[in-house]
Write a protein that binds this ligand. Structure first.
Ligand SMILES: C[S@@+](CC[C@H](N)C(=O)[O-])C[C@H]1O[C@@H](n2cnc3c(N)ncnc32)[C@H](O)[C@@H]1O
Length: 191
C-alpha cells in the first residue's frame, strides 16, 4: 500500500521523471523495507530443564557463540550467557518475540553478551556459531540441514529439542521429562 502511494506521488513527476526516480529509488526502498512473512512454526518455549540439558549436551563454555534459530523469548541464549559466559545470538522472524527477548536480556543483565536479530533463519548469517540450538519441526530441520552443513565450521555442535534430522543420526540423544534432545556435530568436509 505504501509503495502504491509512493508510486502515485512519483507519477506526479511526469513519465520520464517517474521512470528515472523509480529506477533509482525502488532498489533502495526494497533494501530498507523489513521483510516479514508468517513464521514457519509458532512460539512454544523450551522448558528450563530442557534448555539446561541442551546446553549441557553441547558442552557450552565461555568460548562459545551460541545461535538459537527461532529464538522465541531468548531463553536459550540468555541461559548460555548467564550459566556459561557464552556469547549468544538469537534470530526470530517475529518482531514481538524479538521485543520480548530484548526485554528479557536486559532483566537478565547479560545484554553485553547477547544480541537478537529479527529475520528469517533460513537467510541468516550463522557462520560464526560454534553451537546452534533448534526447537522447530522435523520438516524445518530437514530444510535447514544443507545450510547447517554449508555455513557452519566442522566441529560445530547442533542441538535440537524434540525434532530429529532424518537420516543424519545424532551423536547423542537424551530424554528430559518426556522431551527428547538430540546432539549432532558438523562433520569434516569431504575432499
Ligand atoms: C517453537 S519456538 C522455539 C523458541 C525457542 N527457540 C525455545 O526453544 O524456547 C519457534 C520460534 O521460531 C520462530 N520462527 C518460525 N519461523 C521462523 C523463521 N523462518 N525464521 C526465524 N524464526 C522463525 C517463531 O517465531 C518461534 O518464536
Amino acid at each position: 500500500m505504501q509503495r502504491r502511494k509512493f508510486l502515485t506521488a512519483l507519477g506526479a513527476l511526469g513519465v520520464s521523471g517517474f521512470a528515472r526516480a523509480t529506477d533509482q529509488v525502488l532498489p533502495l526502498l526494497a533494501q530498507a523495507a523489513p521483510r516479514t512473512r508468517t513464521p514457519d512454526v509458532i512460539f512454544v518455549p523450551t522448558p528450563d530443564d530442557v534448555v539446561n540439558k541442551m546446553l549441557e549436551m553441547a558442552a557450552v563454555t565461555a568460548k562459545d557463540v551460541v545461535y538459537d534459530l527461532g529464538c522465541g523469548d531468548g531463553r536459550i541464549v540468555i541461559t548460555a550467557a548467564q550459566r556459561y559466559g557464552a556469547r549468544g545470538v538469537g534470530i526470530d522472524i517475529d518482531q514481538e518475540r524479538i521485543r520480548e527477548a530484548t526485554e528479557n536480556v536486559g532483566r537478565a543483565k547479560v545484554a553485553d553478551k547477547v544480541k537478537f536479530i529479527q529475520g528469517d533463519l533460513f537467510e541468516a548469517d550463522i557462520s560464526e556459531a560454534t553451537v546452534v540450538t533448534l526447537y522447530l519441526l522435523t520438516e524445518l530441520n530437514l530444510r535447514l540441514r544443507p545450510k547447517l552443513m554449508k555455513d557452519l565450521r566442522p566441529g560445530t555442535r547442533v542441538v535440537s529439542h524434540a525434532f530429529a534430522m532424518g537420516d543424519w543420526k545424532p551423536e547423542r540423544t537424551e530424554f528430559v521429562n518426556g522431551s527428547s534432545v538430540y546432539l549432532w556435530r558438523i562433520p569434516q568436509r569431504k575432499g
